[in-house]
Design a protein around this ligand. Sequence first.
Ligand code: AHG
Ligand code: MN
Ligand code: MN
Length: 333
Amino acid sequence: MRRVTLTQFLIEQQRAGRITADLRLLIEVVARAVKAISVNVSKGALAGVLGEAGTDNVQGEAQKKLDVIANEILLQANEWGGHLAAMASEEVETVHQIPFDYPKGGFLLLFDPLDGSSNIDVNVSVGTIFSVLRMPPGGAPATEESFMQPGREQAAAGYAIYGPSTQLVLTVGNGVHGFTLDREMGSFIYTHPFMTIPEETREYAINASNARFWEPPVQRYVEELQRGADGPRGVDFNMRWVASMVSDVHRVMTRGGIFMYPMDEKCRARGGKLRLMYEANPMAMLVEQAGGAASTGRERILDVLPTELHQRVPVILGSKAEVERVVEYHRAH
Ligand code: AHG
Ligand code: MN
Ligand code: MN
């Protein structure tokens, strides 16, 4: 079997005119950073990377040591390449400018350096999520305003999952492609071409401890799933919740299902729980590219016009028919 590496895959995408050399380099650099994060994650207690960093991020959340390490790795790896105008990170309050002595480029990179941090210390899969936007013409130097583009404008999006194997799942707007890290070779191998989300599903993911805070349409939907074969759906459903969005979405990508972090009374004041720019948008692009759907319940996630970098939104994504059903329940309510 011919083994295709990420590098080969990207060169072929460039030759086919789907990406520019700059975007190819950008993705290569992100992939290199992901390998470094993967090494740190897998060393765990041996490298002293577990536990609290003792600091809070901009959103008042306690940072884990690995949140800080992963953030540093991504910032440093991407600063000098010359393809970026600026970066934005879940762990950084304002726009991260490219140091003045490095060349600047035409892309904006956004990331959640370590997703699912609550799982680090219990040795459960975590991930990295990233999104690439184009710098608006004539906008230099980049400001927060430069990032205020709806998710449908993303040039690329992807995530890495640090699980039993490390995988990189990527879209440049031409389907979703998965790569597995060959640890001995240090390269990503193209193992999952054109990933698609099965239409039919019997699996859902939601933090059910929030049930009493949900809005009526979500309560109705989940109740119907729970009634299974005895309810209006006529079949039994299964539930999974890893509490790392990357892991939960990766399962949906692999075998279908629906993932929800909907609006609830606990997160209403903040607009939702998950972050639009670092979590919802990249995942929504991937899910749509894989044939699924992604909505806030009220509108397509990729159409949400951001007003601030750390904005949050409700997220309902996965198998199309299920997402459409939840949206329909919102409309009917
Ligand atoms: P992060 O670790 O980047 O802050 O993200 C955590 C998110 C997401 O990964 C996950 O789906 C969700 O928070 C879990 O929330 P609960 O703790 O409410 O289950
Ligand atoms: Mn996250
Ligand atoms: Mn995070």
